[in-house]
Write a protein that binds this ligand. Structure first.
Ligand code: URA
Length: 240
C-alpha cells in the first residue's frame, strides 16, 4: 500500500512528522537508495527500502507492547497528578501514540498491553469478544469455597450491578489467595466482586489476558514488544 514517507517514518517512532520534514531537507532519508526530496512522497513500506542516516527502517502500521505495570503508576495517557505508564517508555517507542488496553488500577500490578491500534483495543476489552482476564488476588479474609458458585452464577455488586458469570479458583491451601477470571472490565470489577463475597482485596495483579501470560522475566516497570503469535494468543480461550 502506498503511504506518505512522513507517515511511514513517524510510525516507526524515530521522528515526528515535522521532524521527518527536517530529516528530508537534510538529505538524511533515502528510498531504494535514492535520496528523498519530499516528506510527502508516497511509497510502499513493504516493497521499498527506506533508510534514515543509512539505517533501514523496520515499518509496522501498529505497535503492541507488553508492560509489567508497577503499583503507584496510572494506566492512563495523561494525568496532571502523577506518573502514567507512558512515562515508563523510552526510546522511539515513547514517540508513538500508544494507549493502555483496558484499565489497571493505580495500586494494581501486572500485565498491561499498550497499543496504537484502536480496533485491537476494542476487541480485547469488549465482553463480546470473551477475552478472559486472569487476576491473582490476596484478600483480607479467608475466601469461602461457597464464593466459587456465586462467581459462576454471576456476582451482584453492592450497587446492584450484575456481573457476567466468572470463575474464582482458590489458590492452593492458602485461604487468602485466589485467581479470578473475568471477561468484562467494569470499574474496580475484581475488587468489587471480591468485596461482594466478603473478601476485600489487599493485593491485585493481572497475570494473563486470554492465552497471553505476563512475562515474569520483565521486572516491574519494564516492557517489551509483543510477537505476532503472542498478540494472536490473546484471543485464545483459557476458561472452559
Ligand atoms: N479489577 C479491579 O478491581 N481493578 C483492576 O485494576 C482490574 C480489575
Amino acid at each position: 500500500m502506498l503511504l506518505r514517507l512522513d507517515k511511514i517514518i513517524s510510525s516507526s517512532g524515530i521522528a515526528s512528522r515535522s521532524e521527518v520534514k527536517r530529516l528530508v531537507k537534510q538529505a538524511r532519508v533515502s528510498v531504494d537508495g535514492v535520496t528523498a526530496n519530499s516528506a510527502d512522497m508516497k511509497c510502499d513500506p513493504e516493497k521499498s527500502e527506506i533508510c534514515v542516516d543509512g539505517v533501514p527502517l523496520r515499518y509496522s502500521e501498529y505497535h503492541y507492547i507488553m508492560m509489567h505495570k508497577p503499583a503507584g503508576v496510572l494506566s492512563a495517557t495523561e494525568d496532571g497528578r502523577g506518573e502514567t505508564v507512558l512515562d515508563l517508555l523510552d526510546g522511539p517507542t515513547k514517540k508513538l501514540e500508544l494507549f493502555p488496553v483496558g484499565r489497571l488500577d493505580k495500586d494494581a500490578e501486572g500485565l498491561l498491553i499498550l497499543t496504537d491500534d484502536g480496533e485491537f483495543c476494542h476487541k480485547v476489552i469488549s465482553p463480546k469478544s470473551g477475552v478472559v482476564k486472569k487476576y491473582y488476588v490476596e484478600t483480607e479474609n479467608p475466601v469461602p469455597e461457597s464464593a466459587c458458585a456465586e462467581f459462576e452464577k454471576g456476582i451482584v455488586l453492592a450497587d446492584g450491578l450484575h456481573c457476567l458469570p466468572a470463575k474464582l479458583e482458590l489458590f492452593g491451601d492458602s485461604e487468602k489467595r485466589a485467581y479470578v477470571y473475568v471477561s468484562e472490565g467494569k470499574f474496580h470489577q475484581v475488587k468489587r466482586m471480591m468485596a461482594a463475597v466478603g473478601c476485600p482485596v489487599t493485593y491485585l495483579k493481572r497475570v494473563a489476558e486470554g492465552g497471553l501470560q505476563l512475562d515474569e522475566t520483565l521486572a516491574k516497570g519494564q516492557w517489551r514488544e509483543l510477537s505476532e503469535s503472542e498478540r494472536v494468543s490473546i484471543f485464545e480461550t483459557i476458561m472452559a
